[in-house]
Design a protein around this ligand. Structure first.
Ligand SMILES: [Ca+2]
Ligand SMILES: [Ca+2]
Length: 538
């Protein structure tokens, strides 16, 4: 969505590409965080009755110990000590603040008995409002690698790496509006709007799954007024697509979608071409076939179209109706393509378009819910009706996310998710992802789905005194709730900022979860990346 450049006075020059500091991503061996409090949770803290309160907050250290033990395997060394996990329950009563919570700690619900080792993926951490006085404490064990007594693991641990800054400038210009895509053989690309000098769309890519990143490359403004709103994609053959909106009117009411591509893992890039006239905000997605790429844009009407030859030629435009912002595009390897978006924010329905032939033809659109809630256009920073989507590689398990104020929420922005297990035929109602217990803003959510159908969500979170932080949550099956929210950021910035870029990126690559976001810890905006190795594992 258009934002007026803040640094027009800067010299109008092509960005000189600066060498990127290729900071290695370090992965902590720690598997679970320890909650506040002192009373250790042993296996006895695993309680098959999810509605059992913890009483007066027997402040649990860890929720982790018990949670891990119950989640199918056992913590290394504890030898499957906790046989306690029932098939259904297992609340971790990790109360640090009696009466305030009712959160069930993550990892605390065992899919099957710990000692049997047959656990598989645990249904971890269902939020249970009936948990009564159980405290909010204890980051419940996200851990649970297989113990000595168990033959297989519980849920894969989630440990985010040290945050790495991707924009390689040394100044304090603002970077915002970040998107990310993953492809074959460790290929990842991130793109953002960059105001280090004259505003450009900037990109960095990785050929090793995010361990190291390239120097920044860019698409400058060439014939318009300014540029922004980058989008990125990688197709099944590994061609990278760097997309950028070039505005030809200063109010953002007209412009062109620009694109450059690389088919040699970023060694060389094509010339920058105009591929579509559009007023604002393109999105892009790589198809599973080499050379297949989708591009969408907002407007009245917005549209979507497909290329089968790396963007050289394009098929017909499928109209999307009046969309203000946000058209997630989710291809798959079975020909299913899912496209959910907010239609006409005055009427505010969640509209869903599906193709079963890889975007060759489209079914009649359906409205999944009639009201997506209230979007905080006037907030600082704003939340627009942006809709993210993702699916497992087959397109069967599909997730849609957005942030808005809904009647079932906290009275302010919350993160919502709808989930389908049948290729988009039927959907859950909106499920709240954020588990903070006092009202605060959670917004700018984005989603990934792994090969096992598990859902991974990232968003901006103001729960810690209104600071700008990024959080994450996982669920093996969102119909059973989400694991306890985890903070991705290892620093924080002021949340008192006028603009946080509207959206962010999260992708699954193999067994890893990759997250990219705008961060105000250093200046008015930088692009940071973190990686949770193995978090999308079986
Ligand atoms: Ca910056
Ligand atoms: Ca909230």
């Amino acid at each position: 969505m258009v934002t007026v450049p803040s640094s027009f006075a800067a010299a109008r020059r092509r960005i000189v590409l600066v060498v990127c500091v290729l900071a290695a991503v370090s992965v902590s061996s720690c598997q679970s965080e320890t909650g506040a409090g002192s009373g250790a949770v042993d296996s006895g803290a695993l309680d098959a009755a999810p509605d059992k309160p913890s009483g007066s907050g027997g402040s649990a250290s860890g929720g982790s110990g018990g949670a891990v033990a119950g989640s199918g395997g056992a913590t290394p060394g504890s030898g499957g000590a906790a046989s306690g996990g029932s098939g259904t329950g297992g609340a971790v009563d990790a109360g640090t603040s009696p009466g305030s919570g009712g959160q069930v700690g993550s990892g605390g619900v065992a899919a099957s008995g710990g000692v049997t080792g047959s656990g598989g993926r645990a249904d971890a951490g269902v939020m249970d409002a009936a948990s009564g006085s159980g405290g909010a404490g204890g980051r419940g064990g996200g851990g649970g690698t297989s113990g000595t007594g168990g033959a297989s693991a519980g849920p894969s641990p989630v440990t985010f790496s040290k945050n790495v800054r991707l924009n390689d400038d040394t100044g304090t210009g603002r970077q915002a509006e970040v998107a990310m895509a993953a492809g074959p053989n460790g290929l990842v690309i991130a793109g953002w709007m960059d105001e280090r000098a004259t505003r450009v769309c900037a990109y960095s890519f990785s050929t090793d799954g995010g361990l190291t990143w390239s120097k920044n490359v860019s698409i400058p403004n060439m014939t318009g007024v300014f540029v922004g709103d980058p989008a990125v994609a990688i197709d099944g053959g590994g061609t990278m697509y760097a997309v950028c909106q070039e505005y030809t009117k200063s109010d953002g009411s007209a412009g062109n979608i620009r694109m450059m591509t690389s088919s040699d893992r970023g060694v060389t890039w094509s010339a920058i071409a105009t591929i579509q006239s559009a007023p604002d905000k393109p999105w892009a997605a790589g198809g599973t076939d080499d050379g297949t790429v989708f591009v969408s844009w907002l407007g009245n009407p917005g549209g979507i179209k497909r290329s089968l030859d790396r963007g050289l030629t394009w098929g017909p435009v499928q109209s999307l109706g009046n969309i203000i912002h946000g058209t997630g595009i989710t291809p798959s390897n079975t020909g299913l393509v899912h496209v959910p978006f907010n239609l006409d924010s005055n009427r505010n329905q969640l509209r869903y378009l599906r193709s079963k032939d890889n975007g060759g033809t489209w079914e009649a659109p359906r409205d999944l819910i009639p009201d997506m809630g209230t979007f905080c256009f006037s907030c600082n920073p704003r939340q627009h009706p942006i809709v993210g989507s993702a699916a497992d590689p087959t397109g069967r398990y599909v997730a849609i996310t957005w942030a808005s104020t809904m009647p079932a929420g906290q009275g302010d922005d919350d993160v919502w998710l709808m989930y389908s297990k049948d290729s988009g035929d039927t959907w859950t109602q909106p499920i709240r992802v954020n588990d903070n217990t006092s009202p605060s803003r959670q917004f700018e959510s984005w989603v990934a789905v792994d090969a096992h159908g598990a859902v991974h969500v990232a968003w901006t979170d103001y729960r810690d005194n209104g600071q700008d932080e990024t959080f994450y949550a996982r669920s093996a099956d969102p119909t059973k709730g989400f694991e306890k929210n985890i903070q991705v950021t290892d620093g924080h910035g002021s949340g008192n900022t006028d603009f946080l870029g509207d959206y962010k990126g999260i992708v699954v690559q193999g067994a890893d979860v990759l997250v990219v976001w705008q961060d105000t810890r250093r200046d008015s905006g930088d692009i940071y990346f973190s990686r949770a190795a193995g978090a999308a594992g079986p």
